[in-house]
Each structure stands twice: as structure tokens, then as C-alpha cells.
Design a protein around this ligand. Sequence first.
Ligand SMILES: Nc1ncnc2c1ncn2[C@@H]1O[C@H](COP(=O)(O)OP(=O)(O)OP(=O)(O)O)[C@@H](O)[C@H]1O
Ligand SMILES: [Mg+2]
Length: 379
Amino acid sequence: MPVFVDRAKLSSSHLPNKLIHREKEKQLLTNLILSGVERSSDSFVAKAVIIGGVGAGKTTLCLMVGREIERTHKETKHLYVNLRRFSTSRVSIYRHIVKTISPEAYSPSLSAEELLENLLLSLKQSREKLFVTFDDADYHVSASKGRETIIYEFTRLHEISDTRPINVVAVVFVFRDQSYGKLLDRPEISSLGANVVSLPPYNKQQIFDIISERADEAFRKGAVSHDVLEFVAEIVSEPPYSGDVRFALDLLLYAGNIAESRGLDVVKIDDVRRAVSESSYSFSVAELAELPERMKAVLLSVAKSVLRMNTSSAAVAEVRKTYEMFCEIHGLPGSGFEKALKQLALLGYVRMLDGGNVELLRVDARRLIEVLGKLLKNG
Ligand SMILES: Nc1ncnc2c1ncn2[C@@H]1O[C@H](COP(=O)(O)OP(=O)(O)OP(=O)(O)O)[C@@H](O)[C@H]1O
Ligand SMILES: [Mg+2]
């Protein structure tokens, strides 16, 4: 008998039917957005900020609220933009928005300002209302190093444009909690403070409830016991995972694959243990903490570059640029890059590939960024 009935249900790109244990936050976000959708002034734009850790349900919350508002308010459209997918240049983001929402108002020769104005004019003509979610906004802000950000513009549409009504009726910005604190001294971000929806880390019981629901859809009935789910919830509720549901789902998927490859039709606690030891997190935080600061910064740069490329490796030149940017932001001397990279290769964190690329080994880039971010902050 198979272990899975539909393993895709464990993928983090699968949108669950309901958002468990986030009812209050969902209501709060919905109300904030509706204050824009149902506004009485034609220049009011609702703003909201979502803050939470890795796997705390930020993206899922936005997509769900977006879907529901589109259903209840037919004239309103939700656009989800993941800022990690764009270079820091604002124009590439505006091009994407205008191409998606008003293709007739798009031309490659237009500047960021012109594209934004065209978007507003086109929404006015079509009488369509738009609300936009900018996910992974911390990435965009920290990479734009003092230059203007889209946050600046989207929180001041009434000053930037004379077009009325402004039919971008709500904007939502999503941040990871640690980065938000660091970015607060930027004026455009501190001005967002009033409308924060905070997603605290899930506790063990909450993780258990969420993964039970998903396991019901993904596994054959009886293939995963209560004990196994509780074991996963226990591990994931503790640091370094601290409530990361994505990791909990990955563990279940991995453990299920291990069970299947052994020809078994149930998942055992031992399969989960093996999944933990073999999966992404096969380094210890203590081990990372002992690395010299420069090596931490270079490893962080490899992880960021790899994540941006969405592959397992990145060009060394790209990593170096990321490192130099990091050093500049944190006031560190940008030297010693080559040597640190070589040492990381010797320690088995990375591998140098032919053609000037560097591959991240053993570890999951996302988690490495999270852990190193914390270590470097304390360091
Ligand atoms: N409350 C919940 N109910 C059901 N599923 C959830 C809940 N919270 C998170 N999940 C699931 O956990 C996974 C991770 O959630 P999501 O991608 O929304 O996290 P995130 O906060 O955006 O993480 P990141 O910071 O890495 O982008 C997804 O598969 C999502 O469906
Ligand atoms: Mg997300």
C-alpha cells in the first residue's frame, strides 16, 4: 500500500483550504484592506504591514485574504508581487505590475513614474480597484540602500499623482520580523507602524493542528500516526525551527519518502528522525556561531545569491557583489572575500564549480539566512 495519496498537498505552494489559528490576524488584515476597498474618499489608500518569522503563514495569509476579497468585492482585484523575484530597480517592478494589470498601458520605454501614472489612469478608466501585496519587502528595502523604494511611492500615491480617484485602494507589505526592526529607522517604514498585523510563532499544539489537517489530505488514512505528528510538532516548535510550518511539512514529506523507499506503508518516528538529520538543517547553530564574522558574512551572501537565483549555485561575482553590499550596509571592511570563500569550501559548506560558480552544500539557503542573520546581529 502506498504511503501518500497526494504528496503535492505537502508542498508550500499548495494553498490550504483554511488558515488555522490565524483567525484574529486574518480578520484584522481583512478589515484594514476593506477600509480601502469601501472607502468614502477617492484618495484614501489603506496600508498594512505583516510581520512574522519564516513559515509563520505570512504569504498564505495574504493570498487567502486576497482571494476572499476578490470573491466578495467583484470590482476589486488582488495583485501579489514577490519582491525577491525582482532586481532592486523600481522600473522592473512597475513593468511587471502594469503588464499584469493594464497591458494596454504598458510600453518598455516608459520610466517608473510614467508606468505608475499609466496604471492609475487605466484603473480609473476601467473603474477597477486594485489592492497589492508586496511580499518579501525587507529584501527590496535592504537592497535599495538609501535609494527610493516602492514603499515610499505606494504610501504616498496621493502626493505623487493628481489622478483621482486613486484606484489602488490598499497596499500590504510583508516583512520577516527581525528585518523589520532593523529597517524601522527608514522613514517610509516607520510611517507604516500604525497598521501592523503581527504573526507570532506557532506553538506545538498549533503546529500539530495545522500539520494534522495537511497530513489528512496528503497521506493514506492510517499512514501517519498521532505520535508521529506530535513528534514533528515538538521538534518544529523549538529553536532553531521556532514554528516554521514549512519545515514541518518538508519533514513529513521527507519522512514519507523514506518510509516508501523502505517498502513500508506507515511512517515511523525513526523516519522523521532520519529526515531531520538528513534534511536542510544538517549543521548546528553552535558550529555556525563559531565561524569568524567574515566567513559568516560570505556564507550569508552565498545563501542570498543562491536563493535569488532559485538554484543550488550562484556566480561568484554575484556573491561578491552581495557581500560587498552587506559590508557597506553594516560598516564592515569588504576585504577577504576570496580567502573566506576558500575556507568555507574546506569546511564543506560550499563547493567551487567549474565556470566560476559556487554551490551551497548541506544546507537550506532560507534557513541559513535566518540563522546567520541572527548570529551576525548578535556578533
Ligand atoms: N495557519 C496555517 N494554516 C494552514 N497552513 C499553514 C498555516 N500557516 C502556515 N501554513 C503552511 O505553511 C507553509 C508556509 O507558510 P507561508 O509560506 O505562508 O509562510 P511565510 O511566513 O510566508 O514564510 P517565509 O517567511 O519563508 O516566506 C505553507 O505551506 C502554508 O500553507
Ligand atoms: Mg512567504
